[in-house]
Design a protein around this ligand. Structure first.
Ligand code: HMG
Ligand code: MG
Length: 299
């Protein structure tokens, strides 16, 4: 059955901007984007990433971004932390929630964080323990749940295994990433079926990239199964224009429109998100990737 309410986890400032080519985007623009997003009714914004700036130059100003934003009461501003060094940075910046990230594919994990899946989990164990001891919640990502750019098909049982491990280690929620957007609705349902055998649906989120234009269809499929947390990116920001197989998350505007049509409550003002999407794409000189935003225009 469909959920009555959905929590949107807004990805534009992190997943949306991390791969932006060209010069590093000014900190003030990132700060203003986050402040505008927090005024739309969104209650969870992934704001930054405490990863190696050599690996991801666009996120090198994570501390300055966290220091610059106006924190609105009731809004969670989370950040990625791949290791203890990242957690230290996040703690120093006053982050109240961090996210660790692994994958269902060995090859992807190696390319993304330079270690095996098992090593990633070993690395996360002390991180999660320390975070929790300081009252910081930890979210877990599992990437490549519906396909891997290096390995192809992924066994749903492997997705389930890594998800369960992260829950056992103390993550409060697992975000299931269709990193390269190759999934289709039946595949998404089957994957979710395997995962919900070991992790309750109330602890799962859908993080679907729209590379093949299937993200909304896949979301509809998992909403029907009761998924009530959706990661999305305003204006569909994200991906790398130079890298085949990498496109943004499904657009927040498009998800909100779908949910409105289903009578599912999010507490988010669609027009305000549309306006924010137009603003940021103008700042970046980027095409607005949301169909709904294109149709609704600016106001
Ligand atoms: P490594 O090179 O194996 O790490 O990278 P290392 O420990 O050997 O450190 C190398 C250098 O990085 C050292 O500096 C460290 O100090 C520094 P040097 O001595 O050479 O000057 N370093 C750091 N600096 C700042 N913050 C840190 C940090 N850690 C080390 N936290 C590492 C391993 C994990 C660090 C690296 O691979 C990395 O940063 N990877 C991040 C990759 C990334 O951000 N990917 C995108 C996010 S994941 C994603 O988008 C998927 C998702 O959206 C879900 C989906 O769509 O599927 C979540
Ligand atoms: Mg992603």
């Amino acid at each position: 059955a469909f959920p009555q309410q959905v929590r949107i986890v807004e990805m534009a400032p992190r997943d949306g901007l991390q791969n932006e080519p060209g010069p590093v985007i000014a900190t003030e623009i990132k700060v203003e984007l986050i402040n505008r997003l927090s005024a739309t009714g969104l209650i969870h914004i992934e704001a930054a990433s405490f990863v190696s700036p050599k690996w991801v130059p666009q996120m090198g100003d994570a501390s300055a971004v966290m220091a610059g934003i106006q924190r609105k009461p009731g809004v969670t501003y989370s950040a990625l932390a791949p290791n203890l060094k990242g957690l230290e940075g996040a703690i120093a910046a006053g982050v109240e929630e961090v996210a660790v990230f692994s994958a269902a594919s060995e090859a992807f994990t190696q390319k993304n964080i330079n270690c095996s899946i098992a090593e990633s989990l070993e690395r996360f164990a002390p991180l999660i323990e320390q975070a929790r001891s300081e009252g910081i919640r930890v979210r877990g990502y599992v990437s490549t749940v519906l396909g891997c750019p290096y390995q192809g098909d992924i066994d749903p049982v492997q997705v389930a295994r890594v998800s369960r491990d992260l829950i056992d280690m103390g993550c409060y929620e697992i975000s299931l990433g269709d990193t390269i957007g190759t999934g289709t609705p039946l595949k998404a349902k089957r994957m979710l079926e395997a995962v919900t055998k070991v992790v309750p649906i109330s602890q799962l989120a859908a993080h679907f990239h729209d590379t093949y234009g299937q993200a909304l269809a896949n979301l509809y499929a998992v909403l029907e199964e009761g998924i009530a947390v959706i990661d999305s990116s305003t204006a569909g920001l994200g991906g790398c224009p130079y890298a085949r197989g990498a496109s943004g998350n499904v657009a927040t505007e498009d998800v909100l429109y779908l949910l409105q049509g289903l009578g599912i409550d999010t507490g988010v003002d669609l027009q305000a998100v549309v306006n924010t999407g137009h603003w940021i794409t103008q700042q970046l000189g980027r095409h607005n990737g949301s169909k709904v935003a294109q149709a609704m225009g600016d106001c």
